[in-house]
Design a protein around this ligand. Structure first.
Ligand SMILES: C[S@@+](CC[C@H](N)C(=O)[O-])C[C@H]1O[C@@H](n2cnc3c(N)ncnc32)[C@H](O)[C@@H]1O
Length: 210
């Protein structure tokens, strides 16, 4: 079925004709990615992670803000095609040691405990195999008091759902917010964010640790 193949490509784009179209479509998401980076309020010396970075537009936005030598950006994505695409796009920053990208899934983030000041992701959690395992692992790598932001294109998501795409995914924001609250995050809330005349909901969560 065509809709299932498109859903599969949104979940994990591959180097194929359909994967190429999905990549082109994702390259129109710069404002959403920029919104997530903007509301993260990234400081120049922060250590930051983007999950499910896709073609790497959000990585570019975040890397620009990390102007202090201590500032460092990590990215993790499950798709080899997206890993290669973003590695090419961020070539200079990777060579400079400012950015490091990993190929892998959210339940196994290859970083130590309490490493990160900020984590953000867009259009991504719907595809995770287990929301609680994902949010538990994000919590592990975050410093106490660190901020996690998820920006959503809810209107577009509704259109995809109406077209029969994303079947079987846990797309409802409430499900992710519930998982966050159950795995060590506080102040979990969703707020509308405006940027360049567009408006997107964003989920905020703060990591607490004892
Ligand atoms: C719909 S795309 C969104 C890409 C980009 N964030 C955007 O909004 O344009 C979903 C991305 O999440 C990645 N992804 C899906 N499941 C993942 C997982 N379990 N762990 C890490 N990345 C994942 C996919 O490979 C893909 O790049």
């Amino acid at each position: 079925m065509f809709v299932e193949r498109v859903t599969q490509q949104l979940r994990k784009p591959t180097a194929s004709l359909l994967g190429w179209f999905v990549k082109k479509f994702l390259e129109s998401n710069r404002i959403l990615e920029a919104t997530a980076v903007n509301v993260c309020d990234i400081q120049p010396d922060n250590v930051v992670l983007e999950l499910g970075f896709g073609p790497g537009l959000g990585l570019q936005e975040a890397a620009r803000r990390l102007t202090h030598p201590a500032g460092k950006l990590y990215g993790l994505d499950i798709s080899e095609y997206m890993y290669n695409t973003a590695s090419e796009r961020l070539k200079a920053e990777i060579q400079a040691g400012k950015v490091t990208l990993f190929l892998g899934s959210v339940e196994h983030i290859p970083l130590g405990d309490s490493t990160l000041d900020r984590v953000y992701h867009c259009n991504c959690y719907y595809f995770w195999p287990d929301l609680r395992a994902g949010s538990r692992e994000i919590h592990r790598v975050m410093k106490p008091g660190a901020l996690m932001v998820t920006a959503l294109h809810l209107e577009f998501l509704q259109k995809l759902l109406a077209a029969g795409l994303l079947k079987g995914t846990k797309w409802q924001p409430e499900l992710y917010m519930e998982a966050l609250s159950e795995t060590g995050f506080i102040d979990v809330r969703m707020e509308e964010q405006k940027m360049n005349g567009k408006s997107f909901p964003a989920i905020f969560a703060t990591a607490t640790k004892t």
